[in-house]
Design a protein around this ligand. Sequence first.
Ligand SMILES: Nc1nc2c(c(=O)[nH]1)N[C@H]1C(S)=C(S)[C@@H](COP(=O)(O)OP(=O)(O)OC[C@H]3O[C@@H](n4cnc5c(=O)[nH]c(N)nc54)[C@H](O)[C@@H]3O)O[C@H]1N2
Ligand SMILES: Nc1nc2c(c(=O)[nH]1)N[C@H]1C(S)=C(S)[C@@H](COP(=O)(O)OP(=O)(O)OC[C@H]3O[C@@H](n4cnc5c(=O)[nH]c(N)nc54)[C@H](O)[C@@H]3O)O[C@H]1N2
Ligand SMILES: [Mo]
Length: 771
Amino acid sequence: MASKPLKEDPTDKDLVVGPPKRSAVGLPSLIHSMPLAWEEMGPQRGLKTLLHMNQKDGFDCMSCAWPDPPDRKVAEFCENGAKAVSWEADTLTVPTTFWAEHPVSALRERSEYWLGQQGRLIEPVYKPAGFDHYRPISWDNAFGIIARELNALDSPDEATFYTSGRASNEAAFAYQLFARAYGTNNLPDCSNMCHESTGKAMAESIGVGKAAIHYEDFAKADLIIIMGQNPGTNHPRMLTALEEAKLAGTQIVAVNPLLEAGLINFKNPQRPRGLIGRGVDMADQYLQVRLAGDMALLQAVSKRVFEAEDAAPGSVLDHKFLREHCIGLQEYREHLSTLKEADVLAATGLESAQIDELTRRYLAAENVIITWAMGLTQHKKAVPTIKEIMNLLLLRGNIGKPGAGPCPIRGHSNVQGDRTMGIWEQMPEDFMDRLAAEFDFNPPRKHGLDAVQSIQAMHEGKVKVFVALGGNLVSAISDTAVAQQAMAATRLSVQISTKLNLSHAHVGEAAIILPTLGRSDIDVQASGPQFVTVEDTLCAVHASQGRVQPVSQDMRSEVAIISDMARAVLGDGHPIDWEGFRDDYDVIREHISHVAEGCEGYNVKVRRLGGFILAHPPRDERRFPTPSGKAVITVNELEALELPPGRLILQSLRSHDQFNTTTYSLNDRYRGIKKGRNVIFVNPDDLRELGFADGGYVDVHSESADGHDRVMRQLRLVTYPTARGCAAAYFPEANVLVALADTAEDSNTPVSKSVIVRLEHALAPDFAASR
Ligand SMILES: Nc1nc2c(c(=O)[nH]1)N[C@H]1C(S)=C(S)[C@@H](COP(=O)(O)OP(=O)(O)OC[C@H]3O[C@@H](n4cnc5c(=O)[nH]c(N)nc54)[C@H](O)[C@@H]3O)O[C@H]1N2
Ligand SMILES: Nc1nc2c(c(=O)[nH]1)N[C@H]1C(S)=C(S)[C@@H](COP(=O)(O)OP(=O)(O)OC[C@H]3O[C@@H](n4cnc5c(=O)[nH]c(N)nc54)[C@H](O)[C@@H]3O)O[C@H]1N2
Ligand SMILES: [Mo]
């Protein structure tokens, strides 16, 4: 009993704004997820699917990269995981008649919500150049067109191959190999917009860009600092790990401009206390830092650590660790001695006493974990900010010991694995050497284009073919109007997708959509049923096997699509055994074991129940694979974000009922928002000062250095507990405000969390007219 496709695009006419919640999860979340699962999958398929999720013999949840606990419960999923799988395992399908009824130009006017609600894509479709409709096409003809276009380019660098972080390790490995065998390193991915800043910063500081802790370390930590992350919505099962830590005596500090429900209190539905009690209080200290103020905060804490050491020499810093494992201590100490408290207070919006308290907590703790996500990575100074996390941890040896370490929390469920498999426009030389040796060819060595650079190159006509393994780049990247023009300037765009989104509507002259199996679907190839493998944010690699019957026999797995596309493009005589890849994923895994770092014996290790954990030298043995062989304490020049008078800093973030560009519903329960998304959250004092009132409507103009006026119209003002001078609106809609060139230094990640904006009075939207 599948839901019917959404008829009309909903408007905000029924928008309700209530008070924000002060507690996350509990009974309401399960009540909220079950009807959705039943509606989209039916009761039997729904229950069976949910119970297989995240089990050792089941499939990995596609919602986020949070790890599975060593001991699984019967129901090992969260509300938002249930939404993700219900959305994917939908029994509703896009009918063949859809394509004739909906011209591509009309699809461009639809919302992401409407598009996603049309059901699963089940047949390849093709929009020839000069036509406004897709039409069904055979798989072979689709591959033929792709081959013709790719082989007609003057250089392989005129094509770009995007990946979203849901692709399995097997698909990712085959895909990067295909792109490189074709001849380009243009392998942009969602990570370019996500944790790229993390990878850059950690690689320089400690030589590895991944979290340096194990799951069990949360409960062993004395202090966990959670910065720029909203786990209650985006990594809900993290709350269970935090609850266990709290019950074991761990303290928690939250650093976030917004008061987020999940960081205040958690009612665990799997415990009696959660169902009927008052739950567990999370943050012992909550620092409502100003947007982009974290670098100043971290430097201020480190400076106080040095002052404590000066007051009691030999007793504060971990001298043995610093001597044996680090370089740069003295320069850092001298640099921080010039840090001015007034600058720190201006940048953070905090009081000295709050920073003193955080420092006291840091110094009282033997073992400290710091976690972070998009609140830190999407700023101009994201890379140096994350390097300051490393500095602070290194001062007291908080790495490579139980209960301590840096812990970036990754987003897409396999974004980390995709990188391990070679999805990166700048893979290191040793990987390329192994790839060359394994397949006996010369992969291109020149670095390729990242996501922002790919859009720029398409816009300039330098990249002419765009291929995407999942995702929705047009909506996910900054500067929506430019992204749409960039896509329209290509000769051919190809999307390998499960469901419709705006990247199927803003397309090249010609466009192809290839429908793929999702993670929950049963995948059978010539050698029998297949499983795939994934890596979570704590470096655990394990198998994932789909358990539900695909809704159509004409969909193909990602591996099959990539293999057949490679065969068509590279020719039948190509030395790489693409057919072997498709017929038996063990063949791919055998190659992975020779090429990807730490994956020796891959086929054996991933067959162990629960998989294996990749080696991580800093975590495992305090060995730092940097050029000097030591962890590097870095000196970073503080540069605060200048806020001109009468302006606000805007961040774009996720509601509770969305997955990136996918909208599950128009609600954001924890923030008190129902049935609408066109809102902007502002501190009540700022609203008053700027001459606006709660409930009024504004146009939001962004002010980028390029002088171009970018605007988001008719947002409803919502007063909200956020730091002074700061505002928030929903991603992906707010991407219209971010200039493509406004990116983080070193990582080129769009600055989605610090856009300078000006509000202007606007009329309330006329909902009757928009119907
Ligand atoms: N249900 C669900 N789960 C998801 C996703 C989803 O869309 N839906 N997306 C997945 C993906 S790809 C990712 S990357 C993750 C994203 O997970 P998050 O990073 O939690 O996602 P955001 O909604 O962007 O939230 C950013 C948080 O950082 C805070 N913040 C913003 N700017 C600053 C700042 O300058 N300083 C500090 N200290 N805090 C700041 C915001 O107030 C907010 O709480 O979630 C993953 N999981
Ligand atoms: N302003 C602003 N912009 C942002 C962010 C922000 O916080 N603010 N966050 C950034 C971040 S962290 C990220 S990760 C990116 C996300 O960027 P993307 O990864 O490109 O976007 P998604 O919305 O996750 O992609 C959703 C689409 O993927 C397809 N899909 C889903 N499952 C599968 C599958 O199993 N296989 C295949 N082949 N396709 C599938 C569906 O067609 C679906 O519509 O957005 C970034 N953009
Ligand atoms: Mo992400």
